[in-house]
Structures are given as C-alpha cells and as structure tokens.
Design a protein around this ligand. Sequence first.
Ligand code: GRF
Length: 202
Amino acid sequence: MAEQRLAILISGRGSNMVALAEAAREPGYPAKPVLVVSNRADAAGLAQAAAMGMHAVALPHRDYATRAAFDDALSDLLRAHAIDLIALAGFMRILTPGFIARWPGRILNIHPSLLPLYPGLDTHARALAAGDREAGCTVHVVTAHLDDGPILAQARVPILPGDTPDTLAARVLAQEHRLYPRALAEFAAGLPAAIGTAPASG
Ligand code: GRF
C-alpha cells in the first residue's frame, strides 16, 4: 500500500496531532507523519512533535504581510517535504482558496461539532445554549468554505445534565482522538499513489 507523506498543521496543544502520530506507528498505517507546522511559535504541540521524531516547524503568520504570502510560504514548505496529505488539527487559521486549490482533495480537518451544525468557533457553548441532547465531532475534506466539504466520519457523545463547555469539550475530544486516526487512515488508503517524490530537504 502506498504510504502518504502526511503534514499536520497545528496552532496550540496538539493533542489530535499526537493521536495521529501514535496511530501512524502501527504497522501498515497508510500515512506517515513527517512534518508538523504551527502558525504560532509558542504552540505546545511543536516540542511534542519533535520529541516524537517529526520535523517540527514554526511558521508564524505574523511574519507575512498578507494571508496569501503566508499560504505561499506554507505551500513551499509542504512541497519541500514532498507532502501528499495535510491534516488540520486545531489549526486556527483560515486557508485561502488559492492554497486549497493547490492541494485539491488533499486536506482534512477535524471539527468539534456534528457538522453541518455549528461551523466556526465556540461549538460546545452553542450546542449547550441550543439545548441539544448530543454533540460530537466531524472529520471532513477541506474546501474553500469554512468547516464545509465532504464529511468522512462523525462520532457522537451525549450531552449530560450539568455539562459546561469544558466538560463537553473533554468528552468530545476523547472521541476526536479515536475518530481522526481512523478516518484519515481510510481516506489515505483510498488515495492514488503518493504524489510526493522529492526527499525532505531539511
Ligand atoms: C480540537 O477540539 C479540534 O477539533 C479543534 O481544535 C481543538 C484542537 O485541540 N479544531 P488539539 O490542539 O488537537 O489538542
């Protein structure tokens, strides 16, 4: 089976990145996480990524005058590492349509709601305010529309009496860590042969 070279994009804690990297250690996992990029230099996940043997790079968006300039630099970095597949994992930055067009059908995201419910931020508070009985998370292919794009998998959790956004987030996060590695594996296994050719250039 072709092994897809995977880049994981983060902005903070990176617990989903760790879940993906741990799953990828299993023999036969169809993607190999080789690069972790954060748009924030202080992301806690960067040190963890390096400790797990991945190339960890801070690419602070504030160093770039425009969104497009940042996305160009990001694309160049991904190409230098011969990346085939990109997983957004708590990456708090909207990518330009131009960037997404350069990686068609090659970017996945995990979102902490049962899409199409609650795209955007504060998903758990919104689910609680709406009086929902259940919440969950969604893995989807990224398109030019925020938190839209073909849904690959979802996991559901109950909303319990007394839940706060934090207690609900923790219950959903545990499911994210199970769902993302599985959904990404299924997706990667179904992709055509890896598109990456050049070895990592540093
Ligand atoms: C997760 O809940 C993810 O769904 C959302 O941001 C959070 C990131 O957490 N997009 P982590 O950085 O993976 O721990």
